[in-house]
Design a protein around this ligand. Structure first.
Ligand code: PRX
Length: 636
């Protein structure tokens, strides 16, 4: 069986071995998986200059045999997935490992019958329903590269991703539920595909029973396709370094990039981190509230739990529907023992009357997790006291889409769990703090750029179709290191505290957006000449989006004109990216603070957005210092 760390001494021993003898360490961790062929080398490749880490090269496998087939003998009747629908009045669904295996095989056969082959990219734009989990695994079963697009992204965002991945297949549904709202998903896909001539086949899952337009020759219903397929499906044999999935994420420049993860390294990393961080036991009921459209859903709703043979709960809805007690109701209903959510959800629930949580027992809980953004001390304590009743360790897990799995976190109940600290690195992770010039900052009680010194199995392999971009973003800024884009502090006890992004990325409710990406969207509005976007502290979202916008015909003077301009700006963002990227504040301005060379001084814009207008620093190098006065006066 897979060994697991159970004491602090074992943690230190594992950590030391992972640094001194990484090959031996990871070979032992990888041993118990189902391999069609074992690896030739455990680790190969380099961070610098090529940025081409490889793990378990030469091995052959299929990750779904590890998620499903190998559990059938001992856990065939164990629950793999519990599905809790949006509406609590609708009955939940439970799938055993045997049932999930069968559903994945059937979906995989449907994919094959529709022409999906090994290596093909498949875009998945499905709501949080069981078929989303099944579809992802079905792609992996046939060796197709899945790229899940969160079902809140706009048609333009789907089209961009579909074209970038050169995908010929799209999986979607008629519609989705999100709290009290219902959204026609298929029509968003239809709009997107008008600019995706490469797509040959769209497979549509019926969820709401809504009428949709099916395009002859391109669109088929899943329920028609699945009627006559076999209940088993041989798994495609994959090479360790074949891509498993692409997940698009925002960076500080340009369009979102397709982060690529591979088969073997990702599998070993998702499984190892899941079991150790959450200290999972056989009878746990584990619930990660993230959508499968984000990396957290990939690694810790789907792959990690299934690899470990755990029971994973998938929730279709939102924390506040039909009431702000929904999370806690679901925990009591399904006797959830491990609960993993985002600080933004905790903060939004904290803001509602305390009875919403106090009226549930929550006695089943034993471990709590947090992910996506720094958790502030107030939220940490509320979570600890009212949800964990003071007895559940909290794991504050720091990681990124690019890292594949958790990098810095407490191991529940084993390594220190301190408010507002992610904690110690996992075995295999060697974090360092760097100066601006790239030298390592030694010792504790220090702050710097967070970078990782050696490769780990889950490291990003490339950005789809553009390896140079991955190299330049992650491996070139500080040669020899993976650069995270985050700033961090190592406290007096060596625990890491993540401060936040040091690049032009904003983290809104745990979701990443590039300022340039939002500016590009805003600039699509006919009203707009130029814009600059910065983040500012937001009570619930962590960071909010503050947009400074110069309009075509100068500053609008009437309220009506202002409203029109703002509506047009919001419309442009919703169309380009989706509702999740809507600016929280829009300030129409007549100019932006620029240096003589034309560079926008974001430092000033950030300070104004944060309300720190008394201390703007040196503005004498600005082309037009008067602009700053206007901006300060008009601050939202
Ligand atoms: O800034 C860090 C923040 O989220 C970024 C990664 O975002 P994404 O790739 O979307 O992945 C989110 C889920 C893993 C990081 O660069 N972040 C993530 N987790 C934490 C965090 N910041 C502080 N504490 C965390 N636990």
């Amino acid at each position: 069986m897979h060994p697991r760390i159970r004491t602090i001494e074992e943690y230190h021993a594992a950590y030391q071995q992972s640094v001194e003898d990484p090959d031996g360490f990871w070979a032992a961790v990888a041993e118990p998986f189902t391999w069609r062929r074992k690896w030739d080398t455990v680790r190969s490749g380099e961070f610098s200059p090529a940025g081409n880490s490889k793990w378990f090269d030469g091995a052959r496998l299929n990750i779904t045999e590890n998620c499903l087939d190998r559990h059938l003998a001992q856990r065939g009747n164990k629950l793999a997935l519990i599905f809790e629908p949006n509406d609590p009045k609708v009955r939940h669904l439970r799938l055993t490992y045997r049932e999930l295996h069968q559903q994945v095989c059937q979906f995989a056969n449907v994919l094959r019958n529709n022409g999906v082959q090994k290596g093909d990219r498949v875009i998945i734009y499905l709501p949080m329903i069981p078929q989303l989990a099944v579809a992802v695994l079905a792609c992996a079963r046939v060796g197709a590269v899945h790229s899940v697009v969160f079902a809140g992204f706009s048609a333009t965002a789907i089209a961009d991703r579909t074209n970038d991945a050169d995908a010929r297949f799209v999986l979607t549904a008629d519609g989705l539920n999100r709290g009290a709202k219902q959204i026609p998903v298929k029509s968003v896909v239809d709009e997107a595909l008008e600019s995706c001539p490469g797509v040959r086949r769209v497979i549509v899952v019926e969820h709401l029973g809504w009428p949709v337009t099916m395009r002859e020759g391109r669109d088929v219903w899943y329920h028609d396709e699945v009627k006559d397929v076999a209940l088993t499906c041989p798994a495609e044999e994959m090479a360790a370094e074949d891509p498993l999935f692409i997940l698009y994420t925002s960076g500080s420049t340009g369009k979102p990039k397709g982060v690529v993860h591979s088969q073997a390294g990702y599998m070993v990393w998702a499984d190892y981190t899941f079991r150790n961080v959450f200290q999972v036991e056989e009878n746990d009921v584990y619930w990660c509230t993230a959508d499968i459209g984000w990396v957290t859903g990939h690694s810790y709703l789907l792959y990690g739990p299934l690899l470990a043979g755990a029971t994973s709960l998938q929730f279709e809805g939102v924390p506040t529907f039909p009431s702000p007690g929904r999370f806690w109701e679901v925990i009591d209903k399904h006797h959830v023992t491990i609960f993993y959510t985002a600080p933004t959800a905790i903060r939004s629930l904290m803001a509602t009357p305390i009875d919403n949580v106090l009226s549930y027992s929550l006695t089943s809980l034993r471990v709590l997790g947090s992910v996506g953004e720094p958790i502030n001390e107030e939220a940490w304590h509320w979570y600890h006291q009212h949800v964990g009743k003071g007895r559940c360790p909290i794991v504050d897990t720091w990681w990124q889409t690019e890292t594949g799995g958790i990098m810095i976190s407490a191991l529940a109940g084993i390594t220190p769990s301190v408010p507002a600290r992610a904690g110690l690195p996992l075995p295999g992770v060697q974090p360092v703090l760097l100066n601006q010039d790239g030298t390592e900052i030694e010792g504790n009680d220090q702050e710097g750029y967070l970078a990782i010194k050696a490769s780990w199995p889950g490291v990003i392999r490339t950005t789809w179709g553009d390896h140079e971009r991955a190299r330049q973003t992650y491996f070139q800024p500080y040669p020899g290191y993976y650069f995270t884009g985050d700033g961090a502090r190592r406290d007096e006890n060596g625990l890491y505290r993540i401060i936040g992004r040091v690049d032009d990325v904003i983290n809104v409710s745990g979701h990443r957006f590039g300022t340039a990406e939002i500016e590009n969207a805003i600039n699509q509005s006919d009203y707009v000449v130029e814009s600059a976007v910065v983040g500012y502290p937001h009570d619930v979202k962590g960071q909010g989006i503050y947009a400074y916008v110069i309009c075509q015909n100068g500053l609008p003077t009437s309220d009506l004109e202002i409203q029109r301009a703002e509506a047009s700006i919001i419309e442009a963002v919703v169309a380009e990216i989706g509702k999740i990227a809507k600016p929280d504040k829009i300030q129409l301005v007549s100019g932006l603070p620029k240096t003589r060379s034309g560079k926008i001084m974001r430092r000033i814009l950030r300070k104004v957005a944060e309300g720190e207008t008394s201390n703007l620093g040196d503005v004498t190098t600005l082309l037009d210092p008067l602009v700053v006065e206007e901006i300060v006066a008009g601050r939202k």
